[in-house]
Write a protein that binds this ligand. Structure first.
Ligand code: PLP
Length: 376
């Protein structure tokens, strides 16, 4: 059977499309489904892309990414995040999404297993399946803050386990893993020679506590580090992400895959990304922080059950009954679009994105309050 038969189109995109349809009919929909900053890309970044176009940088480049960009990313990772990779260890891809797919494709042989923790981002399972691997889902528990325990991880490891996938800060919970949990995962991987793919695309968006990278915890040759400018610099449409690994064989494979699947990413976007490496994103993060306060106040007032989001821009709360039914009714009755937890392999919960204005958050949460009251 072809792997595409096992995968469904992204559920988040489906609901987003339905919300957009209602909007196009003139309905006053509050869209809480979106997984991207609503801020424009900073002007200085846009200007660099325009300049690149005007200078004629419109041709193919090195498929790993232009050397100046890999140099800039290397410096940015080191100075801003304490993550040390040389330009030769970095491959620039079409967003974090392709970076992840390259990583899976580079390590997996047929039926190799990838251990991942639910709730999880919608594309992990399909990507592993497309790379002919086998996703092995560990269902973390709300009571544990959606953080996996040692027993939960170990009981899912087999002789076919090729990698453990980590996503902190997390989509959809907004949770960040503490050092103990990350060290636990790293120890398990290091002892058993298992790769760790660390998806750190939300690492800049942290409002409480501190993001800790898997870099330095997992043995260098076992770590594939993934990041992107999409969330950190409001650049989702530019498609700039990257893998970094000190494992030379894996880096070589990723380069080959990148070169044959899409060659280099869009050339002007690479020049824009160099500028992003030198652009302070603190003002955007400050704004997210404020919005988070607003949404948390409503959520607490309503007595919603959730794990406090410390990063990303999501609130993931518990509902009674079917999450899909909850989301459908909330959209049709109150015109508030949210994403059911089932999309993230965690039924019984609903995700709200607070990547929207304070006014919209207030109005959407007011309607959610009415909806919940009606249900009681
Ligand atoms: N990883 C996670 C957890 C995400 O939520 C997303 C986007 O929603 C990505 C990766 C992919 O990001 P990009 O837009 O850079 O491809």
């Amino acid at each position: 059977m072809h792997p595409t038969e096992c995968i469904a189109p992204s559920k988040t995109l489906e609901i987003d499309a339905l919300a957009k349809k209602l909007l196009s009919e003139g309905k006053d929909v509050i869209n809480f489904t979106v997984g991207e900053p609503d801020f424009p890309t900073p002007k200085n970044i846009v200007d660099k892309a325009i300049e690149a176009l005007q200078k004629g940088f419109t041709k193919y480049t090195d498929s790993n990414g232009i050397p100046q960009l890999r140099e800039a990313i290397s410096k940015y990772l080191k100075e801003k995040k304490g993550v040390s990779y040389s330009p030769d260890e970095i491959v620039v891809s079409n967003g974090g999404k392709q970076a992840l797919f390259n990583a899976f494709s580079a390590i997996l042989e047929e039926n190799d297993e990838v251990v991942m923790f639910a709730p999880l981002w919608v594309s992990y399972v399909p990507q592993v399946l497309l790379a002919r691997g086998k996703p092995v889902i560990v269902r973390t528990r709300f009571e544990n803050g959606f953080v996996p325990t040692k027993e939960e991880i170990i009981s899912h490891i087999t002789e076919r386990t090729k990698a453990i996938l980590v996503n902190s800060p997390n989509n959809p919970t907004g949770g960040i893993y503490d050092k103990e949990t990350l060290e636990l995962i790293a120890t398990i991987a290091n002892e058993r020679n298992i790769f760790v793919i660390s998806d750190e695309v939300y690492d800049d968006l942290v409002y409480e506590g501190k993001h800790i990278s898997m870099y330095g915890l997992v043995k260098d040759e076992l770590l594939i580090y993934v990041n992107a400018f999409s969330k950190s610099h409001a650049m989702t449409g530019w498609r700039v992400g990257y893998t970094a690994t000190k494992n030379k064989e894996i880096k070589k494979r990723i380069s080959k895959i990148q070169s044959h699947v899409s060659s280099n990413i869009n050339t002007p976007a690479q020049y824009a990304a160099i500028e992003a490496c030198n652009t302070d994103n603190a003002p955007m993060i400050e704004e997210f922080k404020k919005r988070r306060e607003v949404i948390l106040k409503f959520a607490k007032d309503y007595g919603l059950k959730f794990v406090e989001p410390k990063g990303a821009f999501y609130l993931f709360f518990k509902v009674n009954g079917s999450d899909e039914e909850f989301c459908k009714q909330l959209l049709s009755e109150k015109l508030v679009a949210t994403v059911p937890g089932s999309a993230f392999e965690m039924p019984g919960f609903v995700r709200i994105s607070f990547a929207t204005s304070v006014e919209k958050i207030e109005e959407g949460m007011r309607r959610l309050g009415e909806f919940i009251k009606q249900q009681e």
